[in-house]
Design a protein around this ligand. Structure first.
Ligand code: GLY
Length: 312
């Protein structure tokens, strides 16, 4: 494997139907670019891929525009339950938290679990962990999300899932994710979500599974979209393993997205590989991704030429 030294970074804030209205697009772009700039600086300062993806997730979770942390969507019973995972590609180690409530940054719990023997906890265990860590109680509910849920209730929850980017007329199917390649060639991936919204109590998101977030020393992938579609494709792990077995990252993403498209899935993914390649793909209309390739920041927001995969 090449020992490339320029760090690489890609983040996403969800996937779904098109961003209508220029105001929405500009605001999403500004949010994503600011976060890329901040996290990329950390990589330039020599910090690890793990530290970078954790900071990226925290910043995305803290931004109420995105469906993770503050601004998470409500489930069918009007409660917020969040899920997040961290995959250290160098150690090839996964940790995750499923359906946690009343915490500001679910990714912090996934980080804590990296060094534990039991590395994936569900709702009851995550509440116990919060208590053990003595983390402050935090309510991630925003007025807009509550209002959306009340409107849905008036319609007897007839929509398949909640709106995800918290702006009127904007994209759906949120989740946030970050994949980084640091100066020492280490790859990490982290993903966090409020879920698909309006789901049944106890439903488990792909974001805290290797289907939605996976990395090793060859590649890292974070997914967004309908969790059940991502799980059925086992998308993140599939792209990483195909890269490990000899396909280039672009070929691995193209093959996997073609299969997802044939299977009528609604999803997106961001990825990078050890040789510094940055790739993203989608079967949904748009993917809200932004990246730093070592030369500057750019994004996928106006990439809508109907192709399934793009690379730089
Ligand atoms: N991809 C996020 C979810 O479906 O829960």
């Amino acid at each position: 494997m090449s020992n490339q030294s320029s760090p690489k970074l890609i983040i996403h804030g969800g996937a779904g139907s098109s961003l209508k209205g220029k105001g929405g697009l500009d605001a999403v772009r500004q949010s994503l670019h600011e976060i890329v700039a901040q996290v990329y600086q950390l990589l330039l300062d020599g910090k690890s891929a793990n530290e970078a993806v954790i900071l990226g997730c925290q910043l995305l979770e803290n931004n109420p525009r995105f469906n993770a942390g503050t601004g998470s969507v409500l489930q069918s019973d009007g409660q917020i339950r969040m899920s997040a995972s961290l995959m250290d590609g160098k150690k090839q180690r996964f940790s995750g938290i499923i359906n946690v409530s009343r915490v500001k940054n679910p990714i912090d719990l996934a980080k804590t679990l990296q060094d534990e023997e039991d590395r994936v906890l569900s709702d009851y265990g995550s509440a116990e962990l919060l208590r053990e860590l003595n983390l402050p109680i935090y309510d991630p509910l925003t007025d807009l999300r509550l209002h959306e849920w009340i409107e849905e209730r008036k319609d007897n929850f007839s929509r398949k899932m909640a709106g995800v980017v918290a702006e009127n007329e904007n994209a759906r199917r949120g989740t946030i994710g970050v994949v980084a390649l640091d100066m020492e060639g280490r790859i990490s991936a982290a993903t966090s979500t409020g879920g698909k919204g309006l789901e049944r109590i106890g439903r488990v998101s792909d974001s805290a599974m290797p289907a939605g977030n996976y990395a090793n020393s060859f590649a890292g992938v974070s997914c967004t979209g309908i969790g059940e579609d991502i799980i059925d494709e086992c998308l993140a792990a599939k792209v990483v393993i195909r890269t490990t077995d000899g396909l280039s990252l672009v070929e691995a993403m193209e093959k996997s997205m073609a299969e997802a498209h044939d299977n009528k899935r609604d999803l997106g993914a961001i990825a990078l590989s050890y040789d510094g390649k940055i790739v993203w793909g989608k079967t949904s209309e748009v993917l809200l991704a932004a990246y730093h390739d070592g030369n500057g920041i750019n994004d996928s927001l106006e990439w809508n030429d109907n192709s399934l995969v793009a690379t730089i």
